[in-house]
Write a protein that binds this ligand. Structure first.
Ligand code: MET
Ligand SMILES: [Zn+2]
Length: 326
C-alpha cells in the first residue's frame, strides 16, 4: 500500500489539513444519473449492466466524477454508499441476500479504488439509520429512539467495510439523533476495526437535528474517556448550512479542543421535499475561503463539501487549504 494510515498521517503531521471530495450523490445527479429512488446514489451499481457492459455510460459517469474530484485536489474520496444499508438495498432492489449484498459493497469499493488509484485515501460512506426513512434532517426517530437496533441496522455494511483493505476509513454521515450517536460511540474495536469519523446533522441554529446541543455532545464524548474506541478519529458536521457551519465547528472545538474535526457542509441550496428539486437560491453570506480559515482555526483536519458541492467547489477549498494551513 503506497499511502500511510489516515489516522497516523493526521497525528504525525499535526498541521496537515486534508481535502475531501464533494457531494457524490448530487454530482452523479448533475451528470445525468437518476437518483430519486430508495437507494439513492447507489442505484447505478445495482444494475448488473454497470459491471457486465464495458460501454456502460453510468460506469463512465462515476469514473469521470472521481477524476474531476481528484483533479480539483481531493486527497480523500468517498464511496457512493450513503443509502446502501442492507435494509434499503434488500427491500428495494433485486439484491436480497446478505451474501449478494456484501458482494455488491465489495464491487463498489474495488471499483472506487480503481478510479482513485492507490495514492489517495478511500472513505467508506455509511448514511444514518434515518436515511432509510428520510429523517436525517429532522432527527425524528419515532417515540423510542433509544430502543432502535442501530447495530442490527448497520452491522452488515459495517463488517463489510471493516474487512475491506481498500478502505482507509469509515464515515458515519449526517447523524441527526443523539441516541444513534451514543450507540455508534459504544461500539468497540471488534465492531469498528478501522479509523472512523462521524458527521453530525446539525440545524442552522446550531443544535443536532433532535435538539441536543453540541456542547452536550462534546461533554458526553469527554465523559467516555478511555472507553472510547481508539479508532474514533474525527468528529464534525456534514450536509449542514454553508453559512452557519463554522459556528458549529467552533462550538465542537471549544469543548473538544484535542479532537481532530471534519467539516463538509452542503452548497447552501435548499431541497424542496415536495417538488423534489433543489432551489438554486444560495444565500451565501460567507465564502469558502472564509469558511476554510474558520474551520482550520477551529480544529478541522479534513475539509470538503456535501450535497450540491461540485469539483469547482473542491478546487476552491483546496486552494484555500493551501493558503491557510501551515
Ligand atoms: C445527504 S448527505 C450525503 C452524503 C454523501 N457522501 C453523498 O454525497 O453522497
Ligand atoms: Zn449531503
Amino acid at each position: 500500500m503506497s499511502r500511510p494510515s489516515i489516522k497516523e498521517y493526521l497525528s504525525s503531521n499535526p498541521n496537515a489539513v486534508l481535502v475531501l471530495d464533494g457531494g457524490q450523490g448530487t454530482e452523479l445527479e448533475n451528470r445525468g444519473i437518476k437518483v430519486a429512488n430508495p437507494v439513492w446514489s447507489t442505484i447505478p451499481f445495482v444494475n448488473e449492466s454497470f459491471w457486465s457492459d464495458p460501454a456502460s455510460s453510468d460506469r463512465q459517469i462515476v469514473k469521470e466524477m472521481y477524476e474531476d474530484f481528484l483533479a480539483s485536489g481531493a486527497q480523500a474520496l468517498m464511496t457512493v454508499t450513503y443509502q446502501a444499508s442492507f435494509k434499503s438495498v434488500s427491500e428495494n432492489t433485486v439484491i436480497k441476500t446478505p451474501d449478494a449484498y456484501v458482494e455488491l459493497l465489495s464491487r463498489i469499493v474495488a471499483f472506487s479504488r480503481e478510479c482513485i488509484g492507490d495514492e489517495k485515501w478511500l472513505v467508506g460512506c455509511i448514511g444514518p439509520w434515518g436515511a432509510h426513512n428520510c429523517s436525517e434532517f429532522t432527527g425524528e426517530y419515532g417515540p423510542e429512539p433509544a430502543k432502535i437496533d442501530y447495530l442490527g441496522y448497520f452491522e452488515l455494511q459495517l463488517s463489510a467495510f471493516n474487512n475491506n483493505e481498500n478502505l482507509d476509513m469509515i464515515a458515519f454521515e449526517t447523524i441527526p439523533n443523539f441516541h444513534e450517536l451514543k450507540a455508534i460511540l459504544s461500539w468497540d474495536e471488534s465492531l469498528i476495526s478501522k479509523p472512523f469519523c462521524i458527521g453530525l446533522s446539525v440545524h442552522s441554529h446550531g443544535k443536532l437535528r433532535d435538539g441536543t446541543s453540541l456542547r452536550e455532545i462534546g461533554e458526553y464524548i469527554k465523559s467516555l474517556g478511555p472507553k472510547l474506541n481508539p479508532n474514533f478519529t474525527l468528529l464534525g458536521v456534514n450536509c449542514v448550512s454553508f453559512d452557519h457551519s463554522h459556528n458549529m465547528l467552533k462550538e465542537l472545538h471549544e469543548v473538544l479542543p484535542d479532537l481532530p474535526l471534519i467539516a463538509y457542509p452542503n452548497s447552501g441550496e435548499i431541497y424542496d421535499t415536495v417538488q423534489k428539486v433543489w432551489t438554486s437560491k444560495k444565500s451565501h453570506e460567507v465564502t469558502w475561503d472564509y469558511l476554510v480559515k474558520e474551520y482550520i482555526d477551529n480544529g478541522a483536519r479534513i475539509i470538503g463539501g456535501c450535497c450540491r458541492t461540485t469539483p469547482a467547489d473542491i478546487k476552491t477549498i483546496s486552494d484555500s487549504v493551501c493558503k491557510h494551513s501551515k
